[in-house]
Write a protein that binds this ligand. Structure first.
Ligand code: XUL
Length: 531
């Protein structure tokens, strides 16, 4: 039996998916939610609560415990991990883990003690800043100035210096905690951290996820000496050279062989970021297919024929695990904003869809919401901004149906507005993530983008991408063949555009841009933000 395991350490949960090359089926798909299963970490949504909306950290030991719970769940469900021929994985991007002692000093994990207790003493920093953190504006400005300006940083790394990216986060740690910085010997992304746990060795960062650090020179595929210098002294010694995403980085450690029944010497392939992994899982690793992923963050991404950067400075270029590059725009107010509206108005997801499909009209009768409950990444809003424009009922919170439509319309319009620079064909668009099964949300996306929106059979595309990457690297099956077998579109769930809505959404897009500019100017005038 040729089976491959894909892991995905995302913001709110840790998932595992197993593919079977003989049957072409996904034969296991499990998830451990951090809030629900690990309440002792006080992270109901996957991160530690903090009064300052700019600070978002997680406890890396929560990810260690979740990995063990997940593997135990798989075994309990009858999955034979001994039949797995290769493992790869993905992690939420940009988040970083700091070690005083390298994983390479571990030798082997002891099966006498939980893994968590063995990892805890290695850490030089108790918490990990994650992608939702936006507390590094000063560091972004310092890095850009030291590296020769914003345009230079974009030209080298594919993105401006961005608050959540790892480089600015590293610089903040170096400035705020010099003693802890001095005793840090190794820095990992969430992806390379989990791969290192699995192999009991220090696994390098791959180029797909590494491109989300403001440190990788996209041209050479190595860390940029100029960006390393601009970020923190001595940084180079704390990072291993980045590797292609298809690199075999080790074998599953004895600890997991003994505890969960993996075969000895099961190969581990470099882990990557959740978005690059999802690109592969969607079968979209060749240019020509755009993807919308509706998760904790919403993202729009596509493989790129040639690297291109966003002139407005919001978008990013990451490594495509199948080779070349991918473009991405990320929106932080994704599912949490949809959930907030559903919660406030007492709507379940069926009622949410019904509100959109039968009770309101495209354009929402002019009602418009800025649904930025947390600081937004695209466009950059450094403080939360929630504003209601339109009818009295809507503005005073008495129209639940219009509120449901409003949050999704603004999200879709903003995705359209901020993904134009990608320049790849946007019809059809593949869609993935929890909300990709909601017919109301698909209807709005189809009309706003004037494109056919096609969900995939499997909704966890990041874990699927990881399993597929293991199969490609270990089994040698081609990307096209793997996409054909495992990334089948669910054509029966596809939603086509209604051309009659085009003019309505062109007008709504202009109105949104105007409101966003207003909000942006006010946010920038706020002394709290300036300070
Ligand atoms: C991408 C980004 C998020 C995280 C969490 O740049 O910040 O999509 O990867 O999923």
């Amino acid at each position: 039996m040729a089976r491959f395991l894909g892991l995905d350490a995302s913001t709110q949960s840790f998932s595992a998916l197993v593919i079977d090359m003989d049957t072409g089926a996904v034969c296991a798909n499990h998830s451990v939610g951090f809030g629900e299963r690990l309440p002792q970490y006080h992270s109901p949504k996957g991160f530690l609560l903090n009064e300052d909306p700019r600070i978002r950290h997680s406890d890396p030991l929560m990810w260690v415990e979740a990995l063990e719970l997940l593997l135990a769940d798989l075994v309990k469900a009858g999955v034979d991990l001994g039949s797995v021929r290769g493992v790869s994985g993905a992690g939420q991007q940009h988040g970083s883990v700091y070690l005083a002692r390298s994983f390479d000093t571990v030798g082997a994990w002891s099966t006498d003690r939980p893994l968590r207790d063995q990892v805890a003493p290695l850490l030089s920093r108790r918490t990990s800043p994650i992608w939702m953190d936006s507390a590094t504006s000063a560091e972004c400005a310092e890095i850009a100035a030291a590296a020769g300006g914003d345009d230079r940083v974009v030209a080298v790394t594919g993105s401006r210096a961005i608050e959540r990216f790892t480089g600015p986060q590293i610089r903040k740690f170096y400035k705020d905690s010099p003693a802890d910085w001095a005793r840090t010997s190794e820095i990992h992304l969430v992806s390379s951290f989990v791969a290192s746990l699995l192999t009991a060795s220090s696994v390098p960062i791959d180029r797909g996820d590494g491109a989300g650090m403001n440190l990788l020179d996209l041209g050479s595929g190595s860390w940029s000496p100029a960006l390393l210098d601009a970020t923190a002294p001595g940084l180079q010694a704390k990072l291993r050279p980045p590797v292609p995403s298809t690199t075999r980085v080790g074998v599953v450690a004895d600890y997991f062989v003994k505890k969960y029944g993996f075969s000895p010497d099961t190969p581990v392939i470099a882990f990557t970021g959740d978005n690059p992994s999802s690109l592969v899982g969607m079968g979209a690793s060749r240019p020509g297919t755009a993807v919308i992923s509706l998760g904790t963050s919403d993202t729009v991404f596509a493989a790129m024929a040639a690297p291109r950067t966003d002139p407005r400075g919001y978008g990013h270029v990451f490594g495509n695990p199948a080779g070349g590059f991918m473009a991405l725009a990320c929106f932080s107010n994704g599912s949490l904003a949809r959930e907030e509206i559903a919660r406030r108005f007492g709507l379940d997801w069926d009622a949410f869809a019904d509100a959109i499909l039968t009770r309101t009209q495209p354009g929402n009768s002019g009602n418009l919401l800025l649904p930025y409950f947390v600081p937004e990444i695209t466009p950059r809003l450094p403080v939360p901004v929630v504003r209601w424009f339109g009818s009295d009922d809507f503005v005073s919170g008495r129209d639940p149906y219009a509120a449901a439509r409003a949050v999704v319309e603004t999200q879709a319009l903003s995705m359209r507005l901020h993904s134009r620079w990608i320049g790849e064909d946007m019809d059809p668009i593949l869609v993935t993530g929890g909300a990709s099964r909601n017919p109301g949300i698909l209807r709005i996306l189809a009309d706003v983008f004037q494109a056919t929106i096609v969900p995939l059979q499997v909704s966890n595309s990041s874990a699927l991408g990881a399993a597929v990457r293991a199969a490609q690297a270990v089994g040698g099956t081609s990307w096209d063949e793997l996409a054909r077998r495992f990334s089948a579109p669910a054509h029966h769930l596809a939603v086509g555009p209604n051309p009659a809505t085009r003019a309505v959404y062109d007008q709504a897009s202009r109105e949104l841009e105007h409101r966003l500019n207003e909000a942006l100017n006010e946010a920038l005038a706020n002394p709290f933000v300036k300070g």
